[in-house]
Write a protein that binds this ligand. Structure first.
Ligand SMILES: *Cc1c(COP(=O)(O)O)cnc(C)c1O
Length: 422
């Protein structure tokens, strides 16, 4: 695409954007009466304007019906989660029966590892990316310990090479091969939260399976950001949160995927009543009979208020559709990449240089290192109306989200960045 670093160009792109109407559906934080440049949808997605009504409906129905709301609410609470199977399956590329919305992300990761990390003396290792999100590191470590293994030997990390930021695909594959006799589980992020690198989930799954391991993904930064095909890729299990790209509110309810071939099997799991066969659930009898779907992993009845927020957002996703979002995302993030390169050219004589450490395999996020500048840059950006995310020592994570960010946002970001690089 032929980009230009002008306001006119940005405005033309916005005018021609088939998704331009979606920005209106979100609240933007304000600074001086203006929308901020919000580039942190990778951390907490913005609030859809409809969310309040979705939650209010449930509060009203609770007031009107009390316990009867389980059956008589406008969206009855008893089967509330069932509404998510189809829209969520489209976002992660699954069959409806393979997905369930429940709990929170780290909880789901643990529950799925109870089923899918079944180490033996011979096969006990977990392979993951270096610099995985800390919660995942703690989850893997504690699972290894729980099974009596030393996490220092059981958890194997694949690192970027010296002087590089992304992990090479060939290094992931050779690590799988190297540990293949001891490998129980390959557990990667779909998109690394720090570098923004998208991993080749299909190839990693194939290689993991060839080595005799189970393969799972944490899709916190992938769900709603990149195209996923969990079913066709044969991924064994996956989990994600809903408050980043999926805009469902702080700490909102999370998702889980279990491949069809693991459903309806006698499989080790921690069980609760909401995972029990729904036809006989209310007989309240002994003897767990699992649901024939991913719902078998549910423990508790649905947290309806968070789920109402999730529903508000998924209705928007359904209207926008992932393929259209990803098509815009490529252009929008490409524009940000172009603007960063322009700033470097314009400031050729300065000591400060911007470096994008995100590889070409990416979603919407770019992680930008500001060489020669410290945290003060981030503070200045914030004062000037850019909400981005700073990671020590000098990385700014910027996620222009195709659902609500515009080309004008990217242009404004460039202007503000340029003005504050001193
Ligand atoms: C955001 C994120 C989390 C957060 O975990 P919660 O259980 O939702 O608090 C965990 N893992 C990854 C990879 C994340 O990006």
């Amino acid at each position: 695409m032929d980009y230009k670093n002008t306001l006119d160009f940005a405005k033309q792109q916005d005018a021609a954007d088939p998704l331009k109407g979606f920005r209106e559906k979100f609240y933007f934080p304000q600074l001086g009466g203006k929308d901020v440049v919000y580039f942190t949808g990778n951390s907490l997605g913005l609030q859809p304007k409809a969310t309040q009504d979705y939650i209010l409906n449930e509060l009203e129905d609770w007031a009107s019906f009390g316990v009867e709301g389980h059956f008589h609410a406008r969206n009855p609470w008893m089967p509330y989660h069932e509404q998510f199977a189809v829209p969520v399956s489209k976002i992660v590329g699954a069959l409806p029966e393979e997905v369930v919305v429940m709990n929170q992300l780290t909880v789901n990761l643990h529950l799925l590892m109870v089923s899918f990390y079944r180490p033996t003396k011979q096969r006990y290792k977990i392979l993951c990316e270096a610099k995985a999100f800390p919660s995942d590191q703690y989850a893997l470590e504690s699972q290894a310990k729980f099974h009596g293994f030393n996490p220092n030997t059981a958890v194997v990390e694949v690192f970027p090479r010296e002087g590089e930021h992304a992990i090479r695909q060939e290094d992931i594959l050779s690590a799988i091969d190297k540990h293949k006799k001891e490998l129980a589980l390959v557990m990667f992020g779909g998109v690394n939260y720090y570098s923004g690198q998208v991993f080749d989930m299909k190839a990693i799954t194939e290689a993991g399976h060839k080595a005799g391991a189970i393969v799972g993904f944490d899709l916190a930064h992938a769900a709603g950001n990149v195209l996923l095909n969990l079913h066709d890729w044969n991924v064994d299990f996956a989990c994600w949160c809903s408050y980043k790209y999926l805009n469902s509110g702080p700490g909102s309810v999370a998702g889980a995927f279990v491949h069809q071939r693991h459903l309806n099997k006698d499989i080790q799991r921690f069980a609760g009543w909401w995972g029990h066969d729904k036809e006989t659930r209310f007989k309240m009898e002994k003897g767990f009979i699992p649901m024939p779907t991913a719902e078998a992993w549910q423990l508790s009845n649905a947290p309806v208020f968070s789920m109402a927020a999730h529903k508000a957002s998924l209705d928007i996703f359904d209207a926008a559709s992932m393929p259209a979002l990803v098509a815009k995302s490529k252009k929008l993030t490409g524009y940000l990449e172009f603007i960063v390169a322009e700033i470097n050219v314009k400031r050729e004589t300065s000591n400060v240089r911007l470096e994008i450490i995100t590889p070409k395999e990416r979603g919407c996020q770019l992680s930008i290192v500001a060489h020669g500048m410290g945290r003060s840059l981030h503070e200045k950006l914030t004062e000037a109306g850019v909400i981005s995310d700073w990671r020590e020592p000098n990385v700014i994570r910027c996620a222009p989200v195709p659902l609500y960010n515009s080309f004008e946002d990217v242009y404004r970001f460039g202007e503000i960045l340029m003005a504050n690089m001193k």
